[in-house]
Design a binder for this molecule. Sequence first.
Ligand SMILES: [Zn+2]
Length: 340
Amino acid sequence: MRALTLVADRKLELAERPAPPPPGPGEAQVRIKAVALNHIDVWGWRGMAFAKRAYPLVVGAEAAGEIAATGPDVAGLQPGDPVVVYGALTCAECRACREGRDNLCENVKGVMGFHIDGFARELLNVPARLVIPVPAGVAMRHAACAPIAFSTVQHMLFDNAKLEPGESVLVHAGGSGIGTAAIQMAKAIGCTVITTVGDDAKADKARALGADHVINYKTERFEHVVRKLTKKRGVDVVFEHVGADTFNGSLLALKRGGRLVTCGSTSGPTVTINLMQLFQQQYRIIGSFGASMRNIRESLAKMAQGLVPVIDTEAPIAEFERGLQRLESRQVFGKIVVTF
Ligand SMILES: [Zn+2]
C-alpha cells in the first residue's frame, strides 16, 4: 500500500509500505479516502525540536475513510461504513478519558501524524473505540475536516468560550481552515462576526461566508476597528490562533469580562501581557487544544445539517507537500484536502 512519510525535515516521500495485518480484537481497519491539512502538519513538516518521534513518520493528522474490516469482537461497524478516527491514541482508562475529556488524557501516546504515524496511508488499524461514524449525506472531503478543524472550533467556541446566540465574536485569520469554520459556526447561532484577513480577495470571500465586518489587518489596526465597530465596548469573545502578532491587540478588542480562547500561535508563541489590564478588565483567557470525541460527533452532525467546510483545494495525495507550502504562505481560503 502507499503511505506518505516524512523522512527528514521538510522532506516527504510517497513510499510503498506493507499493508497492516487483519484487525485484532477491539480494532477496526480503515481505508483512508481523504486527508485534510492543518497547521500542525506544517509544524511537523518543518521539524519540531521538542517533539520526540522517529523517521520515517506517516504524516496526516485528520482524515476520513471507510471501514475495510473489523476485529472479531467489534460490533456496530460494517465494511463500507464511512468513518473518521480520533486523531490521538488516548488510553480510555484515565479519569479524563472516562469523563469524555479525551484531549486531557493523562496517558496519551501521541498525536497521529505528528508524534506517531498518521493517516496519510491507504490502510491502517485503529482501536474501534476511536472510530466515529459519518452521517449519511456528508462527503468524504468534508468529513475529513471534522476530527481536527471543525471539532477544535466546536470545542473552542462552545465548550470553552461558551459563545451564546447574539454575542459578538472576533475571529482571527478568517481565511484559515479554522477561521472559516469559526465564522460559519458563530453565524449559525446568530452571532455578530468580525473577522480579519490579509488581502481584499479574502475579504470578499469572508463576507460571502457571512462575516458581518471584515478587517484587512495589513492596512488597518484591527483592535481600533473593533473598538469603533462595538462603540468602544469590545467584543464578547475573541477567537485567537495567530499568537504573538495579535494577542495584545486581541485583549484590547475584548469587552470587560470578555473571553479570549486560543488554540494556536502561528506567528510566534511568546507574548508579554499587562496583568493590571488582565485583572481590572476581568478577562478570561482560555487555552484550547484538540477536541473530545463528542465534539467530532457534533461537528459531523452540523455538516449533515448543511454547515459544510469551505474547501480551498482538493488534490491527489502526492500534492500534500504543495498543500503545506500553500498553508505556510497563508494563501488559503478554507481547507486543503488530499485524496487517495
Ligand atoms: Zn486517558
